[in-house]
Design a binder for this molecule. Structure first.
Ligand SMILES: [Ca+2]
Ligand SMILES: [Ca+2]
Ligand SMILES: [Ca+2]
Length: 417
């Protein structure tokens, strides 16, 4: 008993949000921010530096824009959780005889609908055949997903459904580009197993983050977010966005790059070292029954409960099991979720399985009501399940055929994540 008491006290000293120290605040299980354990003092300092940059609001003098969607990372990823639909961003393009065209010369694929004073914001151009809304996802626990080896994802993929379960996860594969090769090489640098990520598969690289797995790692995601979401240039993406409808390449007056490579590195480190969401009532008999059903009716075929990381220079992320409820693969979700928009090698109906960890508390970050699916179109867990089609149609039908009591147990399990 004394040992256990000691452990509880020690944990509280390192957790600023500890319920025992601040009895009136929300308990850690209700929050997402907070670090993984076991960081060295210098790692803690880098996390804090990244945290400050994540929260930093950009103004015109700092290089915001000239066109942008929001002014800080934190504005969209509130408290590291999912964003409110107010901060949904939009991407568009058009179907052509030779495939999907992201309409780059017309300002695509991402709409920057805000701009600095004296500069015109973008509008969706004529001729678009598909538009998707993207609700900001939570960023907690991403270091674990980042540390999964490519080999694990390659083994999970089953593009031709060889095992005959109706589920055929595919890897998102991106054609090589200078940016992709640079971000992979930079991230391999400090890794104890530099060959574990950045594998060439069918002549391209595996996409991992984003709802259609647009980016290959957290560095790729971060420099892309700075530029596309805030109009902020970096060493790796040093040219400002401009609005083609403005008729010139004129941009803001801030010298490029507008953030340094060390700022970017700190933000990436911050993302890697955010703890995974904690469970609530994980051992309740109703929750355990729901968890069994989740697996029995095939939800776990895509929302894979357990993954294992590869080698990592960060001890807590090194070769550990974790429970994200995703396979990071693309799945055909049927006409129900097809917006006619896509990225990379994905079909318009394909989406990357989102992690379900933290789903039971996401309303805490979305103003009290939860919004599910890529654009937040579902306002309840039940509605989110009902909108599953394509490869998930069997699993959805099995859910709808359950007794009301078994359905409620499964939902209670989801709320415990
Ligand atoms: Ca700028
Ligand atoms: Ca644009
Ligand atoms: Ca600039």
């Amino acid at each position: 008993m004394p040992t256990r008491l000691f452990l509880v006290t020690a944990a509280c000293l390192t957790l600023a949000a500890c319920g025992i120290l601040t009895p009136d605040g929300p308990s850690p299980e209700e929050l997402l921010d907070g670090t993984i354990e076991g960081m060295t003092p210098s790692q803690e300092r880098q996390h804090i530096a990244g945290d400050e940059e994540f929260a930093r609001r950009f103004g015109v003098a700092d290089g915001l824009g000239p066109i942008f969607v929001a002014t800080s990372c934190e504005q969209c990823h509130v408290g590291d959780g999912k964003g409110h639909p107010t901060f949904t961003l939009f991407r568009f393009g058009r179907e052509t005889a030779s495939g999907f065209d992201p309409m780059v010369t017309a300002g695509g694929p991402q709409l920057q609908h805000r701009s600095i004073p004296g500069y015109p914001p973008e509008e969706i151009p004529a001729g678009v055949t598909g538009v998707s809304g993207f609700l900001p996802p939570a960023v907690s626990g991403l270091g674990f997903l980042d540390a999964v080896d490519d080999a694990t994802l390659i083994a999970l993929a089953d593009p031709t459904d060889l095992d005959g379960d109706g589920i055929s996860g595919r890897l998102q594969i991106h054609a090589p580009s200078e940016l992709i090769e640079t971000v992979l090489a930079l991230e391999a640098r400090g890794s104890p197993d530099p060959g574990a990520r950045g594998t060439l598969v069918n002549g391209g690289y595996i996409g991992r983050f984003g709802k259609k797995a647009l980016t290959v790692n957290l560095l790729h995601q971060t420099v892309g977010a700075y530029l596309e979401d805030m109009g902020v240039t970096s060493d790796l993406l040093p040219e400002d966005l401009f609005n083609p409808a403005a008729g010139s390449r004129a941009s803001d007056d801030a010298p490029d790059p507008e953030v340094s490579s060390s700022t970017v590195a700190n933000v990436v480190f911050y993302l890697k070292t955010l703890r995974a969401p904690s469970r609530r009532e994980a051992d309740h008999p109703e929750v355990l029954a729901g968890e069994q059903t989740f697996s029995d009716i095939g939800c776990a075929g895509c929302h894979v409960p357990t993954l294992t990381t590869g080698r990592s220079e960060i001890t807590v992320l090194d070769q550990v099991e974790f429970h994200p409820y995703t396979d990071l693969l693309l799945h055909d979700m049927g006409p129900e979720l097809d917006d006619g928009y896509t990225e990379g090698s994905a079909a318009t109906s394909e989406w990357r399985t989102p992690p379900l960890w933290g789903i039971g508390i996401q309303q805490n970050f979305q103003g009290g009501s939860a919004f599910f699916l890529h654009d937040g179109r579902a306002t309840s867990l039940r509605e989110a399940i009902e909108l599953h089609g394509g490869e998930a149609a069997d699993s959805r039908d099995d859910f709808l055929a359950l007794s009301p009591q078994d359905q409620e147990r499964l939902l209670r399990f989801l709320r415990s994540l």
